[in-house]
Design a protein around this ligand. Structure first.
Ligand SMILES: [Zn+2]
Length: 311
């Protein structure tokens, strides 16, 4: 029996410390780690269906799964241990727990070794936007009320539902033909690994945002890099809008924590160690050059937390 996985591409806010899909391209990749239930059961040849709590995003067959070992820092409330903490912009102490209301100056930090997983599934991708609603998707799962970010679903029923709404069998049959069942049944084909590299991500951001450094303003494309913001986050949000274009020097200083963003005021915070360099000093307190999305703010707050825990 072919196994289908319904996976949440919109993070479960602060509940899951796992990487609920921090990837820039849902049609190519899905990422998770060993803090997520069912993490090790997903296999090459399984169907993967991504959704965002509202609707199906799309589905495909997993061609490969890349694994790695990573150290993960978890931040939590020193009183109740919950991860639902918020940095306050002006008041001291700087942090407030969203669960118990405790105020504190530095979050508790814990390092954990996790296995990270990243699926490669671009080859058979079928866009699913507008095809199946959240309640229709839940009904296809073994446990419709499950809250898990990776939950098993019945491929036969998912396939049937898709055939009914699309009325055209081609793509769905393509997916069925490439599943684990088909592979083990002798229809093995050479699986092409598709990688969406840094350059593709940068070009996508240039198309969306234009030749502009998010922190400093208009900049020629040759001097712009894609900064992956989601790598700073411990809890998931939507993987789209996971990057900003930054001037090369600004990107480096941002990665080092010398430049950060105060999301409450929407202004840049330049570390005092840079204040004797006029070109950076003048950026301190300046508004950003682009309008931030809520996803950006979550990630920029996470960046602040990881780079300026005592700020
Ligand atoms: Zn607390």
């Amino acid at each position: 029996m072919t196994i289908a996985w319904l996976v949440l591409a919109l993070g479960n806010s602060r509940e899951h410390a796992g990487n609920d899909g921090y990837d820039d391209s849902p049609s190519q990749h899905y990422s998770w780690d060993s803090s997520v239930q069912n993490h090790a059961r997903v296999a090459v040849g399984d169907v993967i269906a991504l959704w965002n709590r509202k609707e199906l995003i799309g589905l495909s067959v997993i061609e490969a799964i890349d694994t790695a070992i990573a150290e993960k820092t978890l931040y939590s409330c020193p009183q109740c241990g919950k991860a639902d903490i918020k940095r306050r912009q002006r008041e001291k102490p700087a942090y407030r727990c969203g669960k118990c209301g405790h105020l504190f100056s530095a979050p508790r930090q814990k390092t954990r070794t996790v296995t990270t997983y990243r699926s490669v599934h671009g080859k058979r991708w079928m866009n699913g936007r507008g095809l199946l609603s959240a309640s229709e998707l839940r009904a296809l799962c073994d446990a419709p009320k499950s809250q898990l970010s990776m939950r098993p679903a019945r491929w036969e029923r998912l396939q049937q539902a898709l055939l009914e709404v699309t009325g055209q069998a081609g793509t769905v049959k393509d997916i069925a033909a490439a599943t684990r069942l088909a592979i083990s049944g002798g229809h093995r084909e050479s699986l092409v690994r598709v990688r969406v590299g840094q350059e593709a991500f940068r070009r996508q951001l240039l198309r969306e945002q234009g030749e502009i450094c998010a922190f400093t303003g208009p900049t020629p494309a040759a001097a712009l890099e894609a900064a992956h913001l989601y790598s700073y986050a411990e809890s998931g949000e939507h993987r789209d809008h996971g990057g900003l274009l930054l001037r090369r020097d600004i990107h480096r200083l941002f990665d080092l924590g010398h430049v950060a963003v105060d999301t409450a005021s929407g202004t840049l915070d330049v570390a005092s160690s840079l204040h004797h360099y006029p070109c950076y000093a003048q950026l301190h307190g300046q508004p950003l050059a682009v309008q931030l999305r809520p996803e950006h703010e979550v990630w920029l707050d996470a960046h602040w937390l990881s780079q300026r825990p005592r700020a």
